[in-house]
Design a protein around this ligand. Sequence first.
Ligand SMILES: Nc1ncnc2c1ncn2[C@@H]1O[C@H](COP(=O)(O)OP(=O)(O)OP(=O)(O)O)[C@@H](O)[C@H]1O
Length: 310
Amino acid sequence: MIAVRGLTKRYGDVLAVDDLSFDVQPGKVTGFLGPNGAGKSTTMRVALGLDRSTSGEVLVNGRRCASFAEPLREVGALLDPGAAHPGRTGRAHLRVAARTNGLPARRVDEVVEQVGLGRAAGRRIKGYSLGMRQRLGIAAALIGDPGVLLFDEPVNGLDLDGVRWIRGLLRQLADEGRTVLVSSHLLSEMEQIADRLVVIGRGRLIADATTEHILSGLGRVQVRVRGAEPDLLLAGLREHGLAVERVDAHELRVENTTAEEVGRLAHAANVPLRHLSEVRQSLEDAYVELTGDSVEYHGGGAGRVAEGAR
Ligand SMILES: Nc1ncnc2c1ncn2[C@@H]1O[C@H](COP(=O)(O)OP(=O)(O)OP(=O)(O)O)[C@@H](O)[C@H]1O
């Protein structure tokens, strides 16, 4: 389990993470979602003890990572697949990781097999494709058989086969009861992988709930309507408590209702209609709106998705 508690991280004038708190539970894939620069990598680096928090803390299994004598047995991470020494072979890279964490040499062969690195393990890392580097990084994350795993944008730059393989692996790791946190800036990717989502923007928490709950709250329906007398129609709809906005001189946009309801109210107000349609906002558009101005949404504003069913 991972517990992020009031985490704040400043780099000079840049507030990268701003009083962030959330839990990551075992047995589930938790997606860590936010636009570029939202603070995902910073949170992960602090969690791993690679960076110090300005205030607050991240606990892994109740302790700070820096306090683990053999950290790879507790927590594995894929942060920067380019970080391995290019002149070493993949196998040598993994041997160093095993040795410094008191792990038996056989773990090297086991993880090479598990990630499908095959014969490439004997080649120098500088000749690796991005996909092979990702697999090597994941092998290093898994080498200590840890209960907690952090993956920072693991599907970046992978082909479809690689993406499918990572999805399957994340699911398997969660099904084995491990705590799995995986970051992405793509809602479409997380939608397919994550059981829960922690959404951040500008370092602050925007949403923390099941993926299903967040998705159902995002793709809202709007009704577009054009009538013979827009002013009369607008007044008639507002009278019934509907949120109505003017799109232009002729068209109105009505939130959180159905075309049928708007048609019924227009009829009651005696306004002939020229156009009536329902538009479902795309999830990606909704996500951009949700994360676009996180300050506006923070603290229970209209766009904030609160905790729902677990
Ligand atoms: N070492 C650093 N020095 C200065 N600023 C930093 C440093 N690391 C991160 N930042 C800044 O902190 C903010 C959060 O960055 P971070 O990399 O954590 O975001 P992210 O959500 O992981 O984004 P991305 O998806 O682009 O990786 C950004 O404004 C970034 O420029």
